[in-house]
Design a protein around this ligand. Structure first.
Ligand SMILES: [Zn+2]
Length: 88
């Protein structure tokens, strides 16, 4: 029996490794903005985060998101994560 290993990424919020498809990819655009990369294929510096506003808050608080992206997260990003987390 073959076990197919899924690619995993680490959430910048909680630091837990999860299958890539369970996480949201956020990328920093060349213009300096940050957006949610729903296709997972956008070029640029990216970070992975759980679809959870808690993980987002933690990532921002610990400045892990800033470090991963190399800049400030866009103001609308919190709302996007919240929407994807199913709360809004
Ligand atoms: Zn997380």
């Amino acid at each position: 029996m073959k076990i197919r290993k899924e690619p995993t990424r680490t959430c910048v919020g909680c630091g837990i490794s999860k299958p890539k498809r369970e996480l949201i990819r956020v990328v920093r655009t060349p213009e300096g903005g940050v957006l949610v990369d729903e296709s997972g294929k956008k070029p640029g510096r990216g970070a992975y985060i759980c679809p959870s506003s808690e993980c987002y808050a933690r990532a921002v608080k610990c400045r892990r998101l800033h470090r991963a992206l190399g800049g400030e997260p866009a103001p609308g990003l919190a709302e996007l994560i919240e929407k994807l987390s199913g709360k809004g």
